[in-house]
Design a binder for this molecule. Sequence first.
Ligand SMILES: C[S@@+](CC[C@H](N)C(=O)[O-])C[C@H]1O[C@@H](n2cnc3c(N)ncnc32)[C@H](O)[C@@H]1O
Length: 198
Amino acid sequence: MHKSSMMKMEDFKKSYLNSNDELKILDIGSFDKTGNYNYKMILNGKKWTYHGMDLKEGNNVDIVVKDPYDWNEIEKNTYDVVVTGQALEHMEFFWLTMEEINRVLKPGGLCCIIVPSKGPIHKNPYDCYRFNEDGVRSLAKFVKFEILESGTTTDKISDPWYDSFVIAQKPETETKTDLENRMDDIENKMDLILEKLR
Ligand SMILES: C[S@@+](CC[C@H](N)C(=O)[O-])C[C@H]1O[C@@H](n2cnc3c(N)ncnc32)[C@H](O)[C@@H]1O
């Protein structure tokens, strides 16, 4: 993990997390190849529980999910905080990941996404995307989270990745996503059809 991403996660911790709160924290795509830098080293409050999640077993991974876009291993409304860094660009269908983040985050929970806006191709096993600030804001909007802060780093230390980041909050009251609303519509239509057939 690059230093500028660690610094951004430090900023998130200082500005948004309270060391006196009991927090359950999930890090998506947490595998740490070198063992030198990972978010667990930052998200280490005494009352905090950190779970690293990835598709493969290894250093800094506590939960391995079988299906990248359907995390059966994790109950809904489990985590107070979900973070992810340098992972979303590798996810072919990142909008499905956002649906899962929405599902596993508690109402009122916080999400911090860090992802490169530039930089060389680095497959893992895919390298699909780079995100500008508007792109990371769209991730939050898609699941109807409130955007608290966003940006793209421009300082020299961020070279070559120039990460974009968004910090967002899941609403306290559950709002349905567009996909869930569409599923409800389909279910209602099916009910009407079945009613007519009876
Ligand atoms: C470039 S690595 C970043 C690892 C770590 N966050 C870091 O910054 O050093 C991307 C990680 O995302 C994981 N990953 C890719 N797609 C994923 C998905 N759909 N769900 C969870 N993890 C995923 C990969 O297995 C890989 O370990």
